[in-house]
Design a binder for this molecule. Structure first.
Ligand code: IPM
Ligand code: MN
Length: 361
């Protein structure tokens, strides 16, 4: 990306938002792993830290400074730990930081791989790594998350609360197109499943289904499939091997990816990317800030490390991204007892060191 003067190594500017709770601890291990990969693959990562999160809000009363969005636009990528603080009313930080960044940076894809790594305990009987390897493409800027709606007669017995799902042709189309392209590039089973609820949400998912059917004509190499969201949750448990790539709206994507995280072994390993293919993307472990484990050196940093690996891939450092994932797989296969915080058989920092030790390249 940034080949400056001749002879200088390629370098990337990364905005790091460690955030709340255990965010800083997992991000520190992620940075360790990323630097190890960068060293082996001949590039450099320059980190600039931002203190956005609950502590800053409690001290200053400001959720995000006005300059945040334009500052962040100057980076190649954003690496996020966790947002969420027990001392702050739910919604303030989530909406004011995480969702605001997703929306204003137009990160319209939330990409969530669900992959069972070797050695990881799976809660599903008789399922192994050969059965669980799919990716959810979640629309990330619209739907119920758009914030449309309001109250009538709030606080009275006649109160009405309306929360509307916003689905634009443009937003739906760019998401589905991304999913088809991603399925082709991934080149695994070449199957894309639209997850919806066309039998009840007959406006929103009519638009999704029509768009999906129109676009699929341009991808004859990809098997296009449809499933209702409720059935999808059943099949994640019963037949996860049916899935390759799933595309869905913001709310359904939020829900099914937590279930996905569980069948891949838990929040300790689940990573995600908020992608703006034309702009600045942001990578994060999808578990929360886990306040009760803060400062104890027991939280699992692998999800954050995997998110870092995804970031490298999106920066164009494919081999380095794959190396991070390989190192993580070595650690799950050979070293770590459990993915659960406190039960790993190693501390947070030791797990980071093990990943570094196993970094191929
Ligand atoms: C996620 C989280 C967020 C979401 C919350 C924290 C706002 O659950 O990334 O899935 O709902 O998108
Ligand atoms: Mn979620």
């Amino acid at each position: 990306m940034d080949e400056k003067e001749a002879g200088k190594v390629k370098s990337y500017d990364i905005a790091v938002i460690p955030g709340d709770g255990t965010g800083p601890e997992v991000v520190a291990e992620g940075v360790k792993a990323l630097d190890a990969a960068a060293g082996k693959f001949g590039f450099k990562l320059n980190y600039t830290y931002f203190d956005f999160g609950g502590e800053r809000y409690l001290k200053t009363g400001e959720v995000l400074p006005d300059s945040a969005i334009s500052d962040l636009k100057g980076f190649h990528s954003i690496y996020l730990g966790a947002i969420g603080h027990p001392g702050v009313k739910p919604g303030v930080l989530e909406k004011g930081i995480l969702l605001r960044l997703r929306f204003e940076l137009d990160q319209y894809i939330n990409l969530r791989p669900v992959k069972l790594y070797p050695g990881v305990d799976c809660p599903l009987k008789d399922k192994g790594p050969e059965h669980i390897d799919f990716v959810v493409v979640r629309e990330n800027t619209e739907g119920l998350y758009a914030g449309a709606g309001g109250f009538l007669k709030k606080g009275t017995p006649d109160e009405v609360a309306v929360q509307e799902s916003i689905n634009t042709r443009k937003g739906v189309e760019r998401c589905i197109r991304y999913a088809f392209e991603y399925t082709r590039k991934r080149n695994r089973r070449k199957k894309l499943t639209l997850c919806g609820k066309t039998n009840v949400l007959t406006y929103a998912f009519d638009l999704w289904e029509r768009t999906f059917n129109e676009l699929k004509v341009g991808y004859p190499d990809i098997a296009a499939d449809y499933a209702h969201v409720d059935a999808i949750t059943m099949w994640f448990v019963k037949n996860p091997e049916w899935f390759d790539v799933i595309v869905t709206d913001n709310m359904f994507g939020d829900i099914i990816t937590d279930l996905g995280a569980m069948i891949q072994g838990g929040m300790g390993i689940a990573a995600g990317g908020n992608i703006n293919p034309e702009g600045v993307s942001m990578f994060e472990p999808i578990g929360g800030s886990a306040p009760k484990y803060t400062g104890k050196n027991v939280i699992n940093p692998l999800a954050a490390i995997c998110a870092g690996g995804m970031m490298l891939e999106f920066l164009g450092e494919d081999a380095a991204g794959k190396a991070v994932e390989k190192a993580v797989m070595e650690v799950t296969a050979r070293h770590i007892k459990s993915l659960q915080a406190g039960n790993m058989g190693h501390t947070t920092t030791e797990v980071g060191d093990l990943v570094v030790k196993h970094m191929p390249g």
